[in-house]
Design a protein around this ligand. Structure first.
Ligand code: SF4
Ligand code: SF4
Length: 510
């Protein structure tokens, strides 16, 4: 565990609303993107001359384009319902991390330049000039919002701070103030195809290695194909699945599910990334460019279906926007949803009795489940309301004997963010990540104490990476976080193919 220069909060047994400590997180600022990373995305390389006027003009453009933004900025009645709902406020005590406090950073600028009262009587309506100090506050606090949308669930007007935070980041990018982590990653997707910068040949080697590992473990040849033209399914999965723990165990599970379904599939070296950080920086154009790679890969590989692996925000982009970003998908098989989530596919196979599962293979674990924000509050699964909550749980229950949910105030649509979403999964934001994880870790700790829970499953690559890193700060083990398809992988009883039986006969004859 890395040495840190901040105090890790103590876990409380019951949710506690802390007293405010203004300014405690004003020093938290992620590294600014260098000119070269900005250029790849079409943004200026450094703070432009006349940045104030350009930022205000950009804000005007966004207010015209996204009417919801203006509604959100106009409709807050300061009722206070959201103040204790953000994990970053609960973990840091900084009032600018209250959702309404975060919104007000933009609202005061909006009022100053876009409302009559703000133009003539700024002090009366809390309007302020867009000064460098205000810009610095924006950079700090709009990078302490994981765009998780929890606050919007509790706001009587449905004000979505995530959208305000996306708009703020878009305005900052447009004047040359971008965040290094997100913008560098998007550039890697353009140049290489994935967030990690893993080139095609290295990806091919990794997949070959997985095939060998699975064969050694099971005696069954499960395939992990790359760039196979004419495969039925194109799997779009987060690049963390290619090597990081516990993500790769999930990828092993997807391959086993496809094997049992008897369906051909492939990964693409061109579109080897499900993540779409264009959403985090609020840039429609960059989100579209990333999504268009999936379309090109699907056309080039002549697939019939697209399935997404375990990634929360990627599923949000796919479920909510893929058709407008990269459709129409009229060349795909209309009998299947476009796109489909791997959990939907696995669940359908379970319903049809096509997967044989031995739950006892996961008897060394007592499970709970973390609903990832973007899946929970910004998407659906299956064809019934709440499918995004019920389908992953049904898969866990079918693969494990021991499962307990965390406190109901912290799951399903009220789930707490892992603390690392929205483009915050970078070491330069470790303090806000650790403190922001507190409410989720508290709920986990409670089921560990009360029910003997040992592991928490998730279907989001960012959640898995974040928990691997932050659980040790709270005295827990990094491997307590597991992939849902890792549980499937452990429990699934594989059917040997003809090739496997012939190899077994040859071994016996020898
Ligand atoms: S969207 Fe999430 S992180 Fe952002 S202010 Fe709301 S609760 Fe906090
Ligand atoms: S809950 Fe909604 S209306 Fe109330 S203070 Fe928060 S943002 Fe404003």
């Amino acid at each position: 565990m890395a040495k840190v220069d901040f105090e890790v909060p103590e876990l409380d047994q019951y949710a506690r609303i802390p007293a405010v400590e203004p300014g405690t997180m004003s020093r938290s600022k992620p590294y600014v993107a260098k000119a070269e990373f900005q250029a790849d995305l079409g943004f200026p390389g450094e703070l432009v001359d006349d940045w104030q006027n350009k930022a205000i003009a950009k804000m005007g453009e966004l207010l015209g384009k996204y009417r919801s933004l203006q509604v959100y900025l106009d409709s807050c009645v300061k009722c206070g319902s959201c103040t204790d709902k953000c994990h970053y406020y609960l973990g840091t005590k900084d009032p600018k991390n209250m959702p309404v406090g975060r919104q007000d950073l933009m609202r005061k600028v909006y009022r100053r330049y876009f409302t009559l009262a703000g133009r003539y009587f700024p002090k009366l309506v809390g309007a302020e000039d867009f000064t460098k100090e205000v810009l610095d506050d924006w950079y700090s606090y709009y990078h302490q919002c994981s765009q998780c949308r929890r606050c919007s669930v509790f706001c009587p007007y449905g004000i979505d701070t995530a959208e305000i935070s996306m708009a703020a980041r878009e305005i900052m990018d447009s004047i040359g103030v971008g965040q290094k982590y997100c913008n560098e990653i998007i550039g890697k997707v353009y140049k290489i195809g994935n967030n990690l910068g893993l080139p095609g040949p290295a990806l091919g080697d990794t997949l070959e290695g997985l095939e060998e590992d699975v064969y050694d473990d099971t005696g069954v040849k499960v395939r992990y194909p790359l760039d196979e033209e004419g495969a039925e399914i194109l799997l779009i999965t987060p690049s963390a699945d290619f090597f990081a723990e516990p993500h790769v165990d999930g990828l092993i599970g997807y391959g086993k599910v496809f094997h049992e379904a008897g369906v051909s599939w492939t990964l693409s070296s061109y579109a080897s990334e499900a993540a779409n950080f264009g959403m985090f920086i609020g840039s429609y154009e960059n989100m579209r460019r990333v999504a268009q790679r999936i379309r090109k890969a699907a056309i080039d590989l002549k697939v019939k279906r697209i399935v997404f692996g375990e990634c929360g925000h990627a599923w949000r982009v796919a479920y909510s926007f893929l058709n407008t970003l990269a459709g129409p998908w009229d060349f795909l098989d209309p009998r299947y949803p476009v796109p489909q989530h791997i959990c939907e596919l696995t669940y359908d196979l379970m319903q049809q009795g096509k997967l044989k599962l031995d739950k006892s293979q996961n008897d060394d674990k007592v499970l709970t489940y973390h609903d990832s924000c973007n899946v929970a509050r910004a998407s659906r699964m299956g064809d019934t309301p709440g499918g995004q909550f019920d389908i992953p749980r049904a898969i866990i229950r079918a693969t494990c004997n021991n499962f307990y949910d965390m406190d109901e105030e912290t799951i399903r649509e009220r789930t707490f963010c892992c603390g690392g979403g929205g483009g915050l999964l970078t070491d330069d934001l470790m303090e806000v990540r650790v403190k922001g994880a507190k409410p989720r870790v508290e709920a986990l700790n409670n089921v560990m104490q009360e029910k003997g829970v040992t592991h928490m499953a998730a279907i989001c690559a960012i959640c898995k990476s974040q928990f691997t890193k932050v659980l040790p700060f709270y005295g827990m083990e990094m491997d307590q976080i597991v992939s849902v398809h890792q549980l499937v992988s452990n429990a699934i009883i594989l059917t040997p193919g003809e090739e496997d039986e012939a190899a077994e006969d040859a071994d016996e004859a020898a």
